[in-house]
Design a protein around this ligand. Structure first.
Ligand SMILES: [Zn+2]
Length: 139
């Protein structure tokens, strides 16, 4: 690969050290990382930013509705990834197990990066006709 892989990090949060180390494991120093941390009101705005930096990969931490729209308008075949996080527990303030290299703590919820990213292939809503007659209480 001659040209560096362009990776966009689309999140209000800066990437964790462990999340960056994974990128280094894949690409060595043959990549560039661009954080896009603005507040966006539409997927189109996000996509324009991705086009400006010619992103090959976009790591997104966004609502699924916005991610779904990004996949719809993905005319440049950007690869969309999501860091896979484990929810450990709730704690407040962050507990003694908090590791700044791998963990995030958001409003009392303590998450840890699993070391994996998932590629987002599709965001799906599964529906079926509802007419009242097929209603059964499931609780
Ligand atoms: Zn904790």
């Amino acid at each position: 690969m001659s040209e560096k892989v362009r990776v966009a990090w689309v999140s209000q949060h800066t990437p964790l050290q462990a999340q960056i180390e994974k990128l280094e494991e894949w690409f060595g120093n043959n990549y560039t990382l661009h954080q896009i941390a603005q507040t966006f009101t539409s997927a189109e705005q996000v996509y324009e930013e991705l086009e400006q930096i010619h992103a090959d990969i976009a790591i997104v931490v966004l609502p699924y509705s916005m991610t779904a729209r990004l996949l719809d308008i993905n005319r440049n075949n950007v690869v969309f990834l999501q860091p896979v996080m484990d929810k450990l527990h709730t704690c407040s303030p962050p507990c003694k197990d908090f590791n700044p290299k791998t963990d995030t703590w958001i409003k009392g919820r303590h998450y840890r990066f699993t070391g994996r990213y998932d590629q987002i292939i599709e965001v799906r809503v599964v529906r079926q006709p509802f007419n009242g007659a097929n209603f059964t209480r499931s609780r």
